[in-house]
Design a binder for this molecule. Structure first.
Ligand SMILES: Nc1ncnc2c1ncn2[C@@H]1O[C@H](COP(=O)(O)OP(=O)(O)OP(=O)(O)O)[C@@H](O)[C@H]1O
Ligand SMILES: [Mg+2]
Length: 269
């Protein structure tokens, strides 16, 4: 069995691969890379009812991977760069040999992956970390579920300047409910829930638009969304609205948050 461990800036993900397939996934959160990696390995072994002798190899990736330079519990560890891991994981999850991936983690990276080549097209520092950071300051919470439940009942018209605020009709292909300026209205009477939605909306609109431009620049009609940010239902809805306007489809595969760890586990099979 091969274990792929992705030590991300915020969370650590580990998966077990066997014969080119993923058989188990786990998530952990620890303050340092070594504790994250050993904790994730322990969790995956115990939850799978396996012994450590079943593990042939550990392949590490992610921002925290540089901190691991030795064997872990006597098992050989290899490293793979994060962009390659996201590309391989994206192809596995999409079941396609060519795919554009928008990996929404703490920040966001956009990758074009094919059997021949994996290319980092670019990205943005806007991501899940932006939601947490702005929420800490503006909403006085960093609990992700709480931020989302507030956003769920928020009213964007109290925060964003919409096309309908500045024009009697749509502009170009934008409809009246499209955002003209994120936080461009910001009424004094706006509630915390409205601000929560404004934050999530801004983050996903930025990610959606750079993903659209990346896809169009590569003649692609579809973007696979991975990372923890793929699982956010409000974010998915915002990306689907962009999809309708720009005719680029967004796909949210199962196990999207494990894409990077999956790519690591499958990189040598
Ligand atoms: N239940 C959750 N717990 C923690 N973060 C969550 C949760 N749900 C969504 N998130 C968001 O996901 C982000 C982390 O995503 P992910 O684990 O994919 O990133 P990462 O791999 O640690 O970071 P990066 O790839 O940018 O180095 C957090 O910033 C947070 O906004
Ligand atoms: Mg990541």
């Amino acid at each position: 069995m091969i274990i792929g461990i992705d030590i991300g800036s915020t969370t650590t993900k580990a998966v077990a691969g066997e014969g080119g397939f993923i058989v188990k996934t786990v998530k952990t959160k620890a303050s340092d890379a070594v504790t994250s990696a050993t904790g994730a390995l322990g969790k995956i072994i115990i939850e799978s009812n396996l012994s450590i002798s079943c593990v042939e190899k550990i392949i590490i990736t992610g921002a925290g991977g540089v901190m691991i330079n030795n064997e872990i519990f006597g098992i050989t560890t290899h490293k793979i760069d994060e962009i390659t891991a996201i590309g391989l994981g994206g192809m596995y999850l999409s079941k396609r040999d060519k795919v554009i991936i928008s990996n929404i983690g703490t920040g966001t990276s956009i990758i074009e992956a094919s059997k021949e080549k994996i290319t980092h097209l670019g990205g943005t520092g806007i991501g899940g970390g932006t939601i947490i950071g702005l929420s800490k300051e503006l909403l006085h919470t960093t609990t992700f579920e709480h931020i989302l439940s507030m956003a769920d009942i928020g009213d964007l018209t109290n925060v964003d300047l919409l096309i309908e605020d500045i024009s009697d009709s749509g502009i170009s292909f934008l409809n009246k409910k499209s955002t003209a300026s994120n936080f461009g209205k910001m009424l004094d009477t706006a509630k915390r829930e409205d601000v929560a939605l404004g934050i999530v909306n801004m983050v996903y609109q930025v990610i959606g638009m750079i993903s659209v431009f990346a896809a169009k620049s590569r003649d692609a009609s579809c973007v696979l969304v991975t990372g923890n940010g793929s699982r956010n239902l409000i974010g998915q809805k915002i990306l689907r609205e962009i999809s309708e306007l720009y005719k680029i489809e967004f796909e949210f595969p199962a196990d999207a948050e494990y894409a990077t760890a999956i790519g690591a586990a499958l990189s040598e099979s």
